[in-house]
Design a protein around this ligand. Structure first.
Ligand SMILES: [Zn+2]
Length: 500
């Protein structure tokens, strides 16, 4: 009898003790939950988009200053450094190009009497200076080269039988094979890269390159001093095709159907001028902060949340990269601060990874997967945030074998936030295309990767264009993304049922 009483009292004691500590940790959780506030997030965003950081082009001193600023915040909150030699920074080589002015793009209409009528295009609507262009000026005839691809093993060559030496080549993005969901696409992947296309143009002796890409800022292309590059929008393209009785669209439709190149000399003469400075010595970095777990075993496991800190810099007008990807950075910072200050204690380790060099070819994420801080098999998941700051609803996706991880986010939303939340579980292994996000880099390296986004975009998006500013954000959704991440990651880090 006595024994029973003791047992019961122990049970009562432990239940009430459990209830007490549960309440205590709930109130700790909620205290920092409410401390995540859009006002503070907006001040961080203004800082990230200030002239001091000049569009955060990876490699530039201004990008490095932005990395130092983020590291300073992590330090202020007591988050430990996870970079090289006890610092917050994981460095890698990153040659870059500074575009000194907007350059120019001109159509030269040569009249029958030999005089020339010039048509100048407007920046940034009609053209965008090539962000890795050689410096100088080229005036030459424009030769259309389809996709700019030479693939002998696929029996396809856009340059076959056509002379582009000293000419300006005009080409499209991507490749003739258009279904990245089909395994056949794999054979074409190496030809989709902008880098490859520029190198192939140089190999064929082209002196200029017009890239049909909607005239966007894009540092993700190779550099070669011998070629002057410019991105173009619909107007110059229409002028090139004027009087030719066909359009770029029609030709592409034919090529993708027949896999037969349709290159030709357009008879149009253009001048491209570029003013750039190359920095081959450039270096960039990831910023890494870690909250170490407090469980002797589980602390060796890590949950990583990341997003790219770099943006596309300044070529003329600065592109501040508020949505792309100041939003992801600030969402993560909000959650990081709350997790660091909550006092709840995390059993597993949590890493905050601010990636550099995404816009220049996913270099920072590739670097991390090659030089990881925690072994891949001890990494619960990598969660990517890119352009998460414009909308009214939340979205989370994860690969189907680990779709259970979605529940932490759904629960956080159901319990505390109450936004609509869309979840999806993409089937892994069906992506054969060119990786276009840090998440895909992690996924292809074998990490269980998740993606957080927003739905129901409400503001105009200035993708890789001047105008990507803080006032184009819906800051209240950013506050809620931060809150969701904070709650979900805290629970994920402390869930002893969760298995690798
Ligand atoms: Zn981005």
């Amino acid at each position: 009898m006595k024994k029973t009483i003791t047992l019961v009292s122990i049970l009562i004691f432990s239940v009430s003790h459990y209830a007490f500590s549960q309440d205590e940790s709930d109130s700790k959780l909620l205290k920092q939950f409410h401390a995540i506030q859009s006002e503070e997030m907006m001040t961080w965003m203004q800082k990230l988009c200030s002239p001091e950081f000049n569009g955060r082009l990876a490699g530039t001193p201004e990008f490095i200053a932005s990395a130092e600023w983020v590291a300073g915040k992590l330090k202020e909150w007591g988050i430990k450094p996870g970079g090289d030699n006890g610092t917050y920074f994981q460095w890698f080589n990153f040659p870059y190009t500074v575009v000194n002015d907007i350059g120019s793009l001109t159509l030269n209409l040569i009249q029958s009497d030999g005089t020339v009528i010039k048509k100048n295009y407007t920046y940034p609507e009609e053209y965008y200076p090539g962000m890795n262009s050689g410096s100088g000026e080229i005036t030459a005839e424009v030769v259309f080269v389809g996709y700019g691809v030479t693939a002998p093993e696929l029996n396809y060559d856009d340059y076959k039988g056509i002379d582009v030496k000293g000419k300006i080549v005009l080409m499209n993005r991507d490749v003739p094979y258009t279904d990245p969901g089909n395994p056949e696409y794999k054979k074409w992947v190496k030809y989709c890269y902008h880098q490859y296309k520029l190198e192939n143009a140089v190999k064929h002796g082209a002196a200029g390159m017009l890239y049909i890409d909607g005239a966007l800022a894009n540092p993700n292309i190779s550099y070669d001093p011998s070629i002057i590059v410019c991105g173009i929008g619909p107007q110059p393209l229409a002028d090139i095709f004027a009087g030719l009785k066909t359009t770029n669209k029609d030709i592409l439709a034919k090529i993708t159907k027949t896999f037969k190149p349709a290159s030709f000399t357009t008879g149009k003469n253009f001048t491209i001028r570029a003013n750039t400075t190359r920095h081959p010595e450039g270096k960039a970095c990831n910023v890494i902060g870690v909250i170490e777990g407090n469980d002797p075993v589980l602390k060796n496991e890590v949950i990583i949340i990341g997003g790219h800190l770099d943006a596309v810099g300044k070529a003329g007008k600065v592109v501040n990269g508020a949505l792309d990807n100041g939003s992801g950075v600030i969402d993560i910072m909000g959650a990081a601060k709350a997790m660091a200050l909550s006092g709840i204690g995390l059993k597993r380790s949590v890493m905050f990874l601010f990636i550099g060099g995404e816009e220049g070819g996913l270099v920072g994420s590739t670097t991390y997967t090659e030089r990881p801080l925690f072994p891949k098999d001890k990494t619960i998941t990598y969660i990517n945030l890119d352009m998460v700051g414009n909308g009214t609803g939340l979205s989370v996706s994860a690969g189907s074998p680990y779709k259970d991880l979605l529940n932490y986010f759904v629960q956080a939303d159901n319990q505390y936030i109450h936004r609509t939340i869309q979840t999806s579980a993409p089937v892994p292994g069906t992506f054969y295309g060119r990786p276009r996000s840090d998440g895909v880099v992690f996924s292809m390296a074998g990490y269980r990767t998740m993606d957080i986004g927003t739905t129901g975009s409400v503001k105009k998006v200035y993708y890789h264009l001047p105008g990507d500013d803080p006032d184009g954000l819906t800051i209240d959704i950013m506050e809620d993304v931060s809150k969701m991440v904070y709650v979900a990651l805290t629970n994920m880090a402390n869930d002893i049922e969760l298995r690798l």
